[in-house]
Write a protein that binds this ligand. Structure first.
Ligand code: FES
Length: 222
């Protein structure tokens, strides 16, 4: 319900809710609307990162800002004939922008990395099934030389932090789990002392507690 047409035009739950509002607060009756739903049959799924806004030019696009620009989840029911042209259209890139590509048309896998003056400006990863990538790492690459970007994976010497749990300090799930297991962290406050997570706005503290409840330290807490 918090997505707007500006960044997720096909993902707005408020477009589904009946136009009935509370007479005093004006709030929509979003928890009581009747809706008919069916699975979306996507022909392709994509993930993109870019140093510029990613166009809302697919059946489904949900884009968010990152520290280096933008990232987006995409899906479509029509498979383009020319994936490179589609990538340039989505990423707002002209034909002069240099591209590196990995293509496996039989499996529907396409990966593109675009460079200007040796600097990665955007990348698109497409597959017939939801794409398995280290997304948070890839989102850090626009503006760099983009070495290894088409692997879709963080290098071995740069562990994947996992999905972000604490937005205030950019701490990911894998980082938190590793700290719990290796440092014997046994409380949300201990996680905060070790990683800062949970020590600012506090909105991630319940999620930190849930992670703690499912993890066992490999070493005893002192
Ligand atoms: S999101 Fe973790 S302290 Fe704000």
């Amino acid at each position: 319900m918090h997505w707007t047409g500006e960044n997720a035009p096909s993902g707005r739950i408020d477009a589904l809710v009946a136009p009935v509002t509370d007479p005093l607060s004006g709030q929509p009756e979003s928890k009581a609307s009747v809706a008919k739903v069916a699975p979306y049959e996507a022909a392709w799924y994509g993930f993109a990162v870019a140093d510029r806004p990613i166009a809302l030019a697919a059946d489904y696009v949900a884009r968010v800002r990152t520290g280096t620009g933008w990232r987006a989840e995409l899906a479509g029911s029509e498979t383009p004939d020319d994936w490179e042209a589609q990538a340039r259209a989505l990423l707002g890139l002209g034909p002069e922008v240099e591209v590196q590509a990995v293509r496996d048309a039989a499996r529907g896998n396409h990966r593109f990395a675009f460079f200007e003056q040796g600097r990665l400006v955007a990348a698109l990863f497409v597959s017939k099934t939801p794409v398995a990538l280290t997304r948070d790492y890839l989102a850090t690459l626009p503006g760099t030389d983009g070495t290894g970007v088409l692997t879709g994976r963080a290098p071995a010497n740069r562990p994947d932090p996992g999905p972000t749990i604490c937005a205030c300090f950019g701490v990911g799930l894998n980082t938190i789990v590793a700290a719990i297991e290796t440092q014997g962290l046994a409380s949300v406050d201990a996680i905060g002392d070790a990683l800062q997570a949970g020590t600012n706005c506090g909105s991630c503290r319940s999620e930190l507690g849930a992670i703690l409840a499912t993890r066992q330290p490999r070493v005893a807490a002192e």
